[in-house]
Design a protein around this ligand. Structure first.
Ligand code: NAD
Length: 274
């Protein structure tokens, strides 16, 4: 019944995604929420995830009502492998399967290497990189048995180029591209694709928080950080939007994208073309 409703929901016609089940980690905010909305609009059932979001239940309920799809929320901490496994089991119990896994949860810390806190390094590697390994490990057996699956890792332009004062983040993001390529090769004959989306700057809470940190690290005003550091990197001189990332994630999930695998796809206004 839910599948029938989903298949009739606005925007889902023709994509072939109605009734597919997705987990989007870190989807109570920013890019993850943009991807979750785009998936729901395509008729997909979505498990949301995020840490400490007081409005998570409202987001879940509203998304389900707006697009007539099943939604669930997991408060799993992506730095804890056992909680990642429990989130996956919960999604299977609710939706019967996980067709699409989006590893998106991520944090940032901006500080010079010599004072970069080791605990922050460990936390960023755990959430931005190791979490994807644990979630992919859980997802691949079911995808292989159904001969269909989509793994989408939200990396960054910082998976392709570095910036100073972001040692842990740049390391984790470069690492996730390697993980993406490896998984793509291991799953290529099973109808599964694995790709990384590499956004440039998107004005989300993650970026809003690093503006004052970067201002301190570089001795600049916050306006100078936006103009001369963030948007300076992007020839388009505009922030990428969460809707643009959501639209690409939907496309990667469709059968039209079945030959795209192992790719790191820049969505960064020309940043890494320079
Ligand atoms: P955001 O701060 O808006 O959202 C981050 C999400 O991750 C939230 O839902 C938060 O609850 C969740 N999260 C954080 N720690 C978690 C944990 N331990 N367990 C579970 N969930 C956790 O950030 P965003 O900008 O939307 O970033 C999302 C992803 O996009 C990140 O991987 C980030 O590195 C990447 N990215 C962002 C930008 C940008 O400019 N905003 C650019 C490139 C890549």
């Amino acid at each position: 019944m839910q599948e029938l409703i989903a298949s009739r929901s606005f925007g889902s016609v023709g994509l072939g995604l109605a009734g597919k089940a997705a987990i989007v980690t870190g989807s109570t905010s920013g890019i993850g929420l943009g991807i979750a909305r785009a998936f729901a609009a395509a008729g997909m059932n979505v498990m949301l995830n995020g840490l400490g979001a007081t409005d998570a239940e409202d987001i879940r309920r509203d998304l389900g009502r707006e697009f007539c799809v099943m939604t669930a929320y997991s408060g799993a901490d992506m730095s804890k492998p056992e909680q990642i496994a429990a989130m996956f089991d919960d999604a299977v119990a609710r939706f019967g399967k996980v067709d699409v896994l989006v590893n998106n949860a991520g944090i940032q810390h901006v500080e010079a290497i010599e004072t970069f806190p080791p605990a922050k390094w460990d936390q960023i590697i755990a959430i931005n990189l190791s979490a994807a390994f644990h979630a992919i490990r859980a997802a691949v057996p079911g995808m292989k048995s159904r001969k269909w699956g989509r793994i989408i890792n939200v990396a960054s332009a910082h998976a392709l180029v570095a910036s100073p004062f972001k040692s842990a983040y740049v390391t984790a993001k470069h690492g996730i591209v390697g993980l993406t390529k490896t998984v793509a090769l291991e799953t290529a004959e099973f109808g599964i694709t694995a790709n990384a989306i590499c956004p440039g700057y998107v004005l989300t809470p993650l970026v809003e928080k690093q503006i004052p940190e970067t201002a301190r690290a570089r001795n600049l005003t916050e306006d100078q950080v936006i103009r001369d550091v963030l948007l300076k990197a992007q020839p388009t001189r505009r922030f990428v939007t969460t809707e643009e990332i959501g639209a690409l994630a939907v496309f990667l999930a469709t059968d039209a994208a079945q030959s795209i695998t192992g790719a790191a796809l820049p969505v960064e206004g020309g940043w890494t073309a320079q």
